[in-house]
Design a protein around this ligand. Sequence first.
Ligand code: HEC
Length: 230
Amino acid sequence: MNRSHLFILPMALAACTVFFNGCTKDKTPVPVEPCDPNKVYFQNDVFPIIASNCAKSGCHDAATQAEEINLSSYNGIMKIVKPGNPSGSDLMKVINTPTGEKAMPPAPNTPLSQTKKDMISKWISEGALNNYCSNDLANCTTDSVTYSGTISKIMISNNCLSCHSGATIKGGFDLSNYSGVQSAAASGKLYNAVLQNGSAVAMPPSPAPKISSCDSKKIKAWIDAGMKNN
Ligand code: HEC
């Protein structure tokens, strides 16, 4: 291997790292199912605590960014977290400081409870991933799926009609009526689009959250039962 080859490898690695950080970290994570009761999940457990106690107006929300710290997103929070190292993370240091300028949230706000601190600490120990879990499938029943009672409502509740009805018919599919949904389903695109498996354009488009696994399962059950107009 000559010198120029030796140079290319670290450059390529650096480019990958930049690409990875820039493009994938803040994406809506795909839910892990079911939730492991022994694990802490960022989206379910940690983010709600930080959003309501730290990313507030006048503090660390995207608009204020006090001390240039924006805790309104995973990327922002990761600037004060060292994955795998709770005691080395500024986030843990400030929430564990009882009084004074460094104590967060500052008085007169109530300090975080020990349970919440432990939860954040455990999440950092577990690698501080942008993870998310759901127990949706465990309680998902597909026996009584119908077009009018189930599928049409999934289209509404997932906001599909904002781009697929009336004057806005994206991708050629009107999803506000049976024949439109049936043709999307019959083409194979409906199920592949909501599964976001790469065989159709992923729907709904990012950054809208992926539809729940239970809703995807109901769509599949309706398709498998012959896409009836029931
Ligand atoms: C923000 C607008 C928007 C929303 C919301 C939206 N779509 Fe789409 N949809 C599009 C656009 C744009 C296309 C065309 C994409 C292309 O061809 O590149 C499309 C295409 C599709 C296709 C065809 C995919 C393919 O591979 O040709 C299906 C099926 C679909 N959408 C279903 C849905 C469903 C189901 C929902 C709700 C869960 C939804 N869409 C929500 C904009 C939207």
